[in-house]
Design a protein around this ligand. Structure first.
Ligand SMILES: CC/C=C\C/C=C\C/C=C\C/C=C\C/C=C\C/C=C\CCC(=O)O
Ligand SMILES: N[C@@H](Cc1ccccc1)C(=O)O
Ligand SMILES: [Zn+2]
Ligand SMILES: [Zn+2]
Length: 522
């Protein structure tokens, strides 16, 4: 071969390779574009021909409007604070019991409702259905709240239930007394209007959810297990209607929690001999521990965005984004790593990207001139669905990388199983229908609950557990959770009562309508 013909051959080869590459890239682009244009996981899932079950209209008159609000505000004013498993405000919990009986006289006197107090302060209600063949369901909420201090910057005292511009302010207004009162208020009105259910249901109100639910939820579960109860589905607190919170999304999104993140609470500690502060060692117990904690903050857990059910959230919402975001959301197979990098920049969206690491307590030292013998820190991690508790513990250990730092697992569990959300999923579709009837402008999608709830104790009783209430969240509202200025609008609280009112009636349907009927309507 001459030098010239060899050169030509190479040129030809390069041409062929670059042309093929171009074709492949073009192919990808066309495929992604076609996917973008046609992608709508909701298409074909509109169930038609719902049997009419909500026969009792949910209209609220002026008297009831004032009454339900007064009941809610009374609930907010009772400081049912849980601080630790052994520090509950039991006086407030007793008072709350009295409030429930006073506010909902029909619930407590109706022959259709059975009630029992569990673990002294939690409540279990059972409303049997007329059709024993229908598997019952269960609604959950919790009575207790996390502590709140007005001096942290509240615009109204946290247990005042003060009204400012149409909002009721107070600890528990969105976590979670809106559901406690909303559920019972709905039942009260249903009973007054002569309702009796076809499908039986339970209501469980825990009193120690904020400190893990080991007394309330766990004992309610024990009672139900003893009765041999199995549940069609459970609906607890958790996700909400997000309005203007997901940037680029047109219209609000109702995210129904189909799973929740796992948890690891780890205690790190360093021990050193105490002594006089005039003769300090080069490294103190505080310094060693601070180094460990800093390493944990500087080395976040791996980005896993798109590897858990959060991927389905965006796929369900994709058709409600405008281009170019629509292109991105419809092609999560390609873009999830990029999206993860964008979402990790904000704490509220970072929560969906990875296992989060929060240092929540740091204690050491008793006097200015004593070398501290003991330093301890608590790390609270929320585990992404694609990771296990075991994996997270191993990663913490290697990141800390210091034998002098003792590690102890205080509490922990794996991410919760993923509940069904397809067209045959009874609970999901009933919740979805109830939301859409009431708020036609929203898009319903499955979501991941980033906090933990009492419902995690119910996994043996129900395969399908959902975490949702139609509490409306606008930008900045997520920070009110366990934060300052927790509030709900009066209108939204009323909507919650109506939601549960309709949901309970919608559950009386025997079976879901066939998913295919939508396309074959005559
Ligand atoms: C996939 C969604 C994308 C973006 C979302 C953006 C912002 C986050 C929005 C909402 C966060 C919702 C709620 C706040 C956190 C936890 C609530 C969950 C459980 C409550 C448990 C409890 O503390 O009692
Ligand atoms: N619901 C609370 C309290 C809790 C923590 C851990 C486990 C269970 C409940 C939270 O998610 O922070
Ligand atoms: Zn809560
Ligand atoms: Zn909470």
């Amino acid at each position: 071969m001459t030098e010239r013909s060899a050169k030509l051959n190479i040129l030809k080869f390069v041409k062929i390779v670059s042309f093929s590459l171009l074709l492949v890239i073009l192919g990808f682009f066309v495929a992604a574009t076609v996917r973008t244009l046609t992608f709508d996981v909701n298409a074909g899932l509109q169930l038609a021909h719902w049997e009419k079950t909500n026969n009792i209209a949910s209209d609220i008159n002026q008297h009831q409007r004032e009454e339900l609000l007064a009941n809610f505000r009374d609930a907010i004013r009772i400081p049912t604070v849980s601080t630790t498993e052994t520090q509950l405000n039991t006086t407030a919990l007793r008072e709350f019991d009295s409030l429930l009986r006073k506010a909902f006289p029909t619930v407590f006197s109706s022959h259709l409702v059975q009630h029992e107090v569990v673990a002294n302060y939690s409540h279990l209600f059972w409303v049997p259905g007329s059709d024993l063949a229908l598997v019952p369901y269960m609604l959950l909420a919790h009575i207790d709240v996390v502590p709140a201090e007005e001096r942290d910057g509240w615009e109204a005292p946290p247990f005042s239930a003060k009204e400012i511009n149409g909002f009721i302010y107070g600890r528990g207004t969105i976590d979670n007394k809106q559901s406690v009162m909303g559920i019972l208020q709905a039942l009260e009105y249903l009973l007054i209007r002569g309702y009796s259910p076809r499908r039986g249901f339970f209501i469980g109100l825990g009193h120690d959810e904020e400190v893990s639910g080991f007394q309330g939820a766990m004992n309610i579960v024990r009672v139900l297990k003893k009765k041999g109860v199995q549940l069609a589905f459970v609906l607890d607190e958790g996700l909400a209607v997000l309005d203007g919170v997901i940037s680029g999304l047109q219209g609000p999104a109702a995210l129904i929690g189909i799973s929740e993140k796992g948890l690891a609470t780890v205690k790190l500690s360093v021990s050193k001999a105490p002594g006089h502060s005039s003769m300090p060692p080069s490294e103190s117990s505080i310094g060693i521990l601070a180094g460990a904690v800093k390493r944990l903050e500087e080395n976040p857990m791996p980005r896993l965005f798109g590897e858990g059910p959060e991927r389905g959230t965006f796929e369900h919402l994709a058709h409600k984004f405008r281009l170019p975001l629509k292109f991105v959301m419809s092609n999560m197979w390609l873009f999830s790593p990029l999206l993860g990098r964008v979402m990790e920049r904000r704490p509220d969206t970072n929560a969906f990207v990875r296992t989060t690491t929060a240092i929540t307590m740091f204690n050491s030292g008793v006097k200015v001139n004593i070398l501290p013998s003991q330093a301890e820190a608590y790390v609270n991690l929320r585990i992404h669905s694609a990771q296990s508790l075991q994996e997270v513990l191993e990663l913490i250990q290697s990141t800390v990388g210091d034998e002098r730092v003792k590690m102890e697992l205080v509490d922990g569990f794996d991410p919760l199983p993923v509940s069904s959300y397809d067209e045959t999923s009874f609970g999901f579709q009933i919740i979805k229908k109830t939301v859409l009837d009431q708020f036609p402008q929203v898009t319903v999608a499955p979501g991941i609950c980033i906090g933990n709830t009492d419902s995690r104790h119910y996994t043996d009783l129900a395969k399908d557990i959902y975490r949702f209430a139609p509490t409306w969240f606008r930008p900045g509202d997520a920070q009110r959770f366990h934060g300052i200025n927790e509030r709900i609008s009066k209108k939204n609280y009323e909507e919650l009562v109506v939601f549960y009112f309709n949901l309970i009636q919608n559950c009386d349907i025997k079976d879901l309508p066939s998913p295919h009927s939508a396309g074959h309507e005559l």
